[in-house]
Design a protein around this ligand. Structure first.
Ligand code: 0X9
Ligand code: ZN
Length: 415
């Protein structure tokens, strides 16, 4: 697929088969048997569940390739599962969005990243270095490891510059799943606010440092930026038998390969050949281990679905400290509701959605013992949910910041 650009006008060819004829369905399970059918389907390689909830009478969303559509519809019919067609041709929708996507017009030596477009991994890393250079007393960049394809993974630590060592901390990551572009965008805005809007956010940095890793799955992220036919890639890019990549959010060594994870290399939820097979998961693990004693909140940003979730992800049992987790999540819920009216669903991951064993949130909570662990699934928009148009970025990231800020304050006041 080629693209030719003059000024901001791009002409793209529509060659390339990616997602042509793929359809998106809304499906609703109204009893537990129907729920089980959908859950089993989600482990199969051809069915890409964008949202899967075990709550009865709530909508899940699944993308189905053309060759599986009649089989899929037959299965729904046999089990009496309510469904409706949401998108008839995903390929067309995605190509359209790619065609209009803003590209950087020229190299900008002062990388002041805005909320006008989605940035590359390199641009994000450059921004981290730029901030560390601009504010050498209070912002620190650190190379924490490499991805499978040898991209540098960088954290940014934002402090108030008082030089106090071993302060308590809050850790945030984004981009564990490649296609969830609004996640790195939202995390970038958090960085921007803490580093560059320092006076307004002083109280967040008085007794706490914030450590942020904006794009965990940088290989996958860059892959989705290459062409519309790769836009919905989710996993890492490690080559395995028959297919590429593991789901980084099933690769952590806590109930690894339990419920909600697949051993099929071609499944979207492939947990990898072993726990921590993926370098990106290992890097995140090592960062978490290195900050475990000071860190009071782990927050991981995904999309989509407007959920504020807490452990466990591997079981429907609730942790002993569920009240603390719920209290912090509710601070985010209320702040967002008051600011924009957007209504998030709050609950334990497994009970609000489904099991996802081997996830980073469970590892942070269950192994490194970080007391608050939250998955934030940002609102979906665009043609398929993972592709909010660039004109929506500003509104979405600002709303997300209101929630993150409130949860940060709740943690700071609590611990
Ligand atoms: O499935 C995941 O890894 C996450 N959802 S996403 O749509 N971004 O892929 C987290 C899901 C939350 N955890 C559980 N469902 N247990
Ligand atoms: Zn995700």
């Amino acid at each position: 697929m080629w693209r030719y650009c003059i000024l901001s006008l791009c002409i793209s060819s529509v060659i390339g088969q990616g997602y042509d004829g793929y359809k998106i369905y809304h499906v609703i399970a109204s009893n537990s048997l129907q729920g089980k059918v959908l859950f089993e389907l989600s482990k199969q390689e051809h069915y890409d569940f964008f949202i899967l909830t075990k709550l009865l009478n709530q909508t899940s969303s699944v993308m189905v390739p053309p060759e599986k559509i009649s089989e899929f519809k037959q299965l729904l019919k046999e089990n009496g599962i309510t469904h409706s067609l949401l998108k008839a041709n995903v390929g067309y929708e995605i190509k359209k969005q790619f065609y209009y996507m803003e590209r950087p017009r020229s190299y900008d030596p002062t990388p002041k990243l805005g909320t006008d477009r989605y940035y590359s991994h390199d641009e994000i890393n450059n921004y981290i270095d730029y901030l560390a250079g601009q504010y050498p007393n209070r912002v620190f960049a650190k190379n924490v490891g490499k991805t499978y394809e040898n991209r540098t993974m960088k954290t940014i630590t934002i402090t108030n510059g008082d030089g106090r060592a071993n302060k308590k901390s809050i850790f945030i990551d984004g981009g564990i799943h490649a296609r969830e572009w609004i996640s790195p965008a939202a995390v970038l805005y958090v960085i921007n606010q803490l580093a560059e809007n320092f006076t307004e956010n002083k109280e967040l940095l008085q007794n706490y440092d914030w450590i942020i890793l904006p794009v965990v799955n940088a290989d996958g992220y860059e892959y989705t930026r290459e062409s519309s036919s790769k836009r919905l890639w989710r996993k890492t890019r490690t080559p395995y038998t028959n297919c590429y990549g593991a789901d980084a959010n099933r690769n952590f060594d806590f109930h690894w390969m339990g419920k909600g994870a697949s051993s099929n290399t071609c499944s979207e939820t492939y947990a990898g050949p072993s726990a921590f097979s993926e370098p990106e998961a290992r890097v995140l693990r090592d960062v978490l281990i290195s900050i475990k004693d000071q860190c009071k909140m782990y927050m991981t940003i995904h999309s989509y679905g407007k959920y504020l979730l807490y452990p466990w992800s591997w079981t429907s049992d609730l942790p002993e400290t569920v009240d603390d987790l719920h209290e912090v999540a509710m601070a985010g819920y209320n702040a967002i509701l008051n600011e924009t009216g957007t209504v998030y669903t709050v609950g334990s991951s497994t009970n609000a959605l489904y099991e996802a064993s081997g996830s980073s949130d469970d590892y942070a909570f269950g192994v490194t013992n970080i007391p608050i662990s939250i998955i934030m699934e940002l609102p979906g928009s665009g043609s398929v949910g993972f592709d909010p148009p660039e004109s929506n970025i500003d509104r979405l990231v600002k709303e997300t910041w209101v929630g993150i800020r409130a949860m940060g304050l709740a943690v700071i006041n609590k611990y």
